[in-house]
Write a protein that binds this ligand. Structure first.
Ligand SMILES: N[C@@H](CCC(=O)N[C@@H](CS)C(=O)NCC(=O)O)C(=O)O
Length: 224
């Protein structure tokens, strides 16, 4: 008998850092989902019915449970399969982790100001960058002591934060490459070069109702 159980559906946007971290953990957990690439100006009704707040990622499970926070999707995936112990024993709610909480609640705001400085003319771009640098400084210090943020092994905390540091770095890559955050630069490069990251960055067409299903995780692909 074929298995007719529908796959979970993941609404995603390739370049969104929240969707990136969710895809990385879903891929790591080796869970198959149907992926649907959205376009912000043309969000599918099916996604908005499931999650009216209209952000990605959104994961709809086969019992219709809707997970519309990236951290919840990551937690769900790791509860299914965490073969290399990415979860930390003392972090059950990821926002209880100081680094993830700071990333999501504070650093993300500095990142947006820095990235879109022309939309926030109250201060210049260097001002916004300096605000974000406080977090870079903190991470760099941690990474001067251990290979990863929470110790010698990669954890969910690294994955949760990595896409945001990547975005910050790419606002002005020359500046970042010459910055004094050498440990952070090494950590970022390691993630950018990792299979876990590369295998979630395949470019997809916008999903429309009735399209053929696209399975995720993808085969390894380097078309960034
Ligand atoms: N707290 C949410 C935030 C997700 C989020 O803000 N995603 C952005 C894209 S990076 C989004 O979907 N924005 C909707 C829009 O711009 O219309 C999560 O962790 O999933």
């Amino acid at each position: 008998m074929p298995n007719l159980k529908p796959l979970p559906v993941l609404y995603s946007f390739r370049r969104c850092p929240y969707a990136m971290r969710a895809r990385m953990i879903v891929a790591y957990s080796e869970i198959s989902v149907e992926i649907r690439e959205i376009v912000f100006k043309d969000k599918p009704d099916e996604m908005l019915v499931a999650s009216p707040k209209g952000t990605v990622p959104v994961l709809i499970l086969d019992d219709d449970t809707v997970l519309d926070e990236s951290l919840d999707i990551m937690s769900w995936a790791l509860s299914k399969n965490d073969h290399d112990n990415m979860n930390l024993p003392d972090v059950t709610n990821y926002l209880d982790n100081d680094l993830i909480a700071h990333n999501d609640n504070v650093f993300k705001i500095h990142l947006d100001h820095y990235k879109y400085a022309d939309r926030f003319p109250a201060y210049d771009v260097e001002y916004y960058r300096a605000q974000g640098e406080e977090f870079l400084e903190k991470l760099d210090k941690l990474l001067s002591r251990t290979e990863y943020l929470m110790g010698e092994k990669v954890s969910v905390v690294d994955v949760a934060i990595f896409p945001f540091i990547r975005q910050f770095a790419f606002v002005d890559k020359n500046w970042f490459d010459q910055s004094r955050y050498s440990h952070l630069r090494g950590w970022l490069e390691k993630f950018i070069e990792s299979d876990m990251f590369k295998c979630v960055m395949t470019k997809l067409p916008q999903w429309h109702s009735g399209d053929d299903m696209i399975l995720f995780p993808f085969e390894r692909d380097n078309n960034d």
